[in-house]
Design a protein around this ligand. Sequence first.
Ligand code: NDP
Length: 491
Amino acid sequence: MGAEHTGRQQSYRLFIGGEWVEPSKGGYAVVNPATEQVVAEAPEAGVDQIVDAVGAARAAFGPWSRRSPAERGELLMKLADAFERRIPELAPLVQAETGATMRVAQTLQVMQCAVRFRRYAQLANEDHDIALPPSVMPNTALAKGGLIGALAARQPVGVVACITPYNFPLTNMAGKVAPALAMGNTVVVKPAPQDPLAVLAFAEAVEEAGLPPGVFNVVTGSGAEAGQALVEADIDMVSFTGSTPVGQRIAETAGRGMKRLLLELGGKGAGIVFDDADVTAAVAGIGSTWSFHSGQICTAPTRVIAHRAVHDQLVEQLAAYARYLKVGDPLADDTIVGPVISQLQRDRVEALLDSGRQDGAEFVVGGQRPEMERGYYVAPTLLTGVRNEWRVAQEEFFGPVVVVETFDDEDEAVALANGTPFGLYDYVWTGDGVRGYRVARQLRSGNVGINTVQRNHEAPFGGFKLSGVGRDGGVFGLHAYSELQSIVWPS
Ligand code: NDP
C-alpha cells in the first residue's frame, strides 16, 4: 500500500474480519503537516461497518482466547517480523502523515512499534496467574469447612476498542494491541483521523503473519462519529489515549455498559529545578519539549518550576537552547523542530499563547509564527513570569512551548507542581538524591523522573487525577487487559 510520499496517490481500505473492505462513506484526505499536500485518502467508515468490525472481533474472541499463550506469543512474534520487513515502506508513510522529523519517524514512530510487539509476544509466554496459599476454612451454614485452595487466574476482558491519538500512530497502537492480543483479547483499532494510514497498512502485516480473521480489525473516520459508535458498540473494554475531555465523554458512555477502561489522557508536566540542580542537565531535559516531536507528547516537562536562585541562569540557557533549534522541513537532516499536526492544532497553540500575552507573560523566545511558505509550524517558545492560575500554566499546549514559574521553598514547589487538574509525568532536578525522592513521593503524578527524562518501559505508566485511569507499560500493560478470576476448590 504505497502513497503520495512514494509519488503515487492511493486510497486505503478498512480491515474487518480479515478482509479489506471498501468504506461505505467514501474517503477523506490525510494531509502532510509540512507540505499541506494530500498524502492519500483514508476510508470513512459507516456506523454499520464499525458494528461489523466489533461483530468480527466478538466472533474471533472465543477461539483466540482459548489458544495457548505460547501460540499467541508465536503469532505476535511473526507479526513483529512481518511489520519490520515493512519498515522501509512504513517509515516514510508515517513521516508524511505525522510531519515527524526523520529521526523521530525512524526511531519512535516505527522501531518502538516492533519492540512492543516483541516484548508482549515474550510476556505471553509467562504465567500471569497468582497462586494463593490454601486456607483453613471453618464449617459454616454455607458449606463444610476444610482446607480450601484458590487461584487468581487472569482472563482476557473480551473485545477491546483501541482508540489512539495522532502523535505516534503506530507506537500508540502497538502499546494497546500487543498486550491486548497477548492476553487473549480481540481488538478493533480506531486510529486518529489525522494520520491513520500506517495503521491501516500495518494490517497487511497482520494478514501475512496469519492472525485469525477478526482478531485484529481497523476502522477509520474523519470525525468523532466512528469513535463514538465504537464505544457504544458491543465491546467489553475501551483502551483510549487522547485528550482529557474526550476521555471523560468515553468514560460516561462506557460507564452505562460497565465497559472496562484504560484511559491515558492529557498532561501538563511540571519540571521542578532546585538551586542545587545540574542546570545544564535540566535544560537538556526540558528542551526536549521543543526538540522532540514539536512538543506533541503528553509527558513533556512543559511547566518549569524554577528555584529563584537558579531562575535567571536556567532561563538564559533555555533561551540559548531554543534559539539554536532549526525549525523547518522535517526531511532535512539538520531540522529539529518540524510542524505540529494540523492547522487546527496550530490555531489552538496560538490562541493559548495569546492568552499568555494578555495575562502578562514575558515571551523570551518565540511567540511568532515562523516564516514558512507552507506547513503548520510553531516556533520553540519560552514564556517566563508565569503565574500558576493562568491558562498557559493550566492547559496543555501539545506544542513546542515551555512556561516558567518560580518558587522559594520546597513546599511551594510541590504545591505549584500539584496545582493543575493533571497528574501524568513530573520531573525533579536536584543534586540531593534524598530530596529528589522526598519530593517525588509528594507529587500527585503517575510518573516522576528524577534528573532524567528517560523512560523505563517496564515501569507502570499512567496518570493521577484527570490524566487518566489504569496503567500500562511492561507487565502492568498486559494485566490491564485482563480480569482476575478466583477459582476455589476443596483439597
Ligand atoms: P483526541 O482526544 O482529540 O483524540 C484521540 C482519539 O479519540 C482520536 O482517535 C479521536 O478520533 C477519538 N475521539 C474523539 N472523540 C471521540 C469520542 N467522542 N468517542 C470516541 N473516540 C473519540 O486527542 P488527540 O488526537 O488530539 O491527541 C492529543 C491528546 O492526547 C493530548 O491531550 C495528549 O495529552 C493526549 N495524549 C496522551 C498520552 C498519554 O499516554 N497519556 C499520550 C499521547 C497523547 P476522532 O476525532 O476521529 O473521533
